[in-house]
Write a new protein. Structure first.
Length: 369
């Protein structure tokens, strides 16, 4: 995905909703807008790296709490409910990813599933996996081709694929395993053009929501050669991200009654978040063909409302606000009304630049800046 895929993300710098540029300077005292108090003064405009985004979340009694974006610090720290997006460069790097991931699942007594382009390639990837042959013989380890596991020769069906994984998790528990652990090279699913990637984004959202409810751990593997513009929207749909030297920054989650955006959204993440948001908000909670409808309402008629909770969005810059404004317009054209809730004061200031008015929280306590 490039900015050209969504025209409202194009341009050299921040603009107002009417298209005129926003100019100004950034200093320690804040953001001085040449447009004379078009937004409330910001104390400091910069990207803040918070260590909490790079460390595992504390263990919880259910799987729903895995939402903040974080890096893959250590495979043993992964637990049921974790959903990883990892890029790889070549066969050796793929093996370096899947062997410790699957071996940890073996130690935990989980059923292991490895998905990739072909059986010979998968056997090569796990050649160093302890007890590989014994686990293949007794069924603790399964190998499946991507085409057979995800599409069976047809387009990806997000809802059906999630049903399969729910069934596989249930079967693992019935067989006495502690859960299901999946490592899947699904790079091929990125090669279906924009429509194919839209289905993939919808699937990743549904799969992440599933992992908030069942003892399943998954690592989605993507060849880094597809490029950051294609990987970006996929990555933000995963709470655990390991894309080379690209730090985890934002996560768009469906683990809850509404969509929620976590972490930080600045210029580096704006296009990825916007693309993922348009694709998943347009289908959130609505069944249809492949589990995702093509239209999402009747143009000119009542819009279907989707809520996006921004309570855990720690930082938003003007580029991020512009992206959310563009996503709102894109969805409105498809009959879906996006309603933003739960913003902190600093986030709300940026949203106000684009007319995305969000009511301030009630007087229940002090509001973070």
């Amino acid at each position: 995905m490039t900015a050209g895929d969504l025209p409202w993300l194009s341009g050299a710098g921040p603009v107002r909703p009417d298209g005129s540029p926003v100019t100004g300077t950034v200093g320690d005292a804040g953001l001085g807008l040449a447009t004379a108090r078009e937004a409330a003064p910001a104390r400091r405009v910069r990207r803040i790296r918070r260590s909490g985004f790079l460390t595992p979340a504390p263990a919880v009694g259910s799987f729903t709490g895995v939402t903040l974006p974080r890096g893959l610090d250590a495979v043993p720290a992964l637990r049921p409910g974790d959903h990883v997006c990892r890029s790889f460069t070549g066969g050796a790097d793929l093996a370096a990813a899947v062997v410790p991931f699957l071996d940890e699942g073996r130690r935990r007594g989980e059923h292991l599933l490895l998905v990739g382009p072909s059986r010979p390639a998968l056997l090569a990837a796990v050649s160093a996996l302890p007890h590989r042959d014994a686990m293949l013989a007794d069924g603790r380890l399964e190998l499946q081709a991507t085409a057979d596991c995800y599409s069976a020769g047809a387009a990806l069906d997000p809802v059906e694929q999630v049903r399969r994984y729910r069934g596989a998790t249930d079967a693992a528990l019935v067989a006495g395993r502690t859960g299901l652990r999946v490592a899947a090279d699904v790079t091929a699913l990125l090669h279906g053009g924009r429509s194919g990637r839209r289905l993939l984004h919808a699937y990743e959202q549904l799969a992440d929501a599933l992992m908030g409810t069942v003892p399943m751990t998954a690592m989605c593997l993507y060849d880094a050669s597809v490029g950051p513009d294609v990987l970006g929207p996929v990555a933000v749909l995963h709470p655990v991200q390991a894309l080379g030297d690209r730090p985890p920054q934002a996560h768009l989650s469906a683990r809850g009654p509404v969509l929620s955006l976590h972490g930080e959204v600045d210029l580096s993440e704006a296009a990825s978040v916007a693309t993922a948001l348009v694709d998943v908000a347009g289908v959130h909670g609505v069944p249809g063909e492949h589990g995702v409808p093509g239209g999402h309402g009747v143009p000119g008629g009542p819009a279907r409302e989707v809520v996006l909770d921004l309570s855990d969005l720690a930082f938003l810059d003007v580029a991020g606000a512009r992206a959310l404004h563009g996503a709102t317009r894109e969805l409105a054209g498809r009959g879906t009304a996006l309603r933003l809730t739960g913003t902190h004061r600093g986030v709300r200031r940026c949203l106000d630049l684009f007319g995305l008015g969000v009511p301030a929280p009630g007087p229940s306590g002090p509001e973070p800046a």
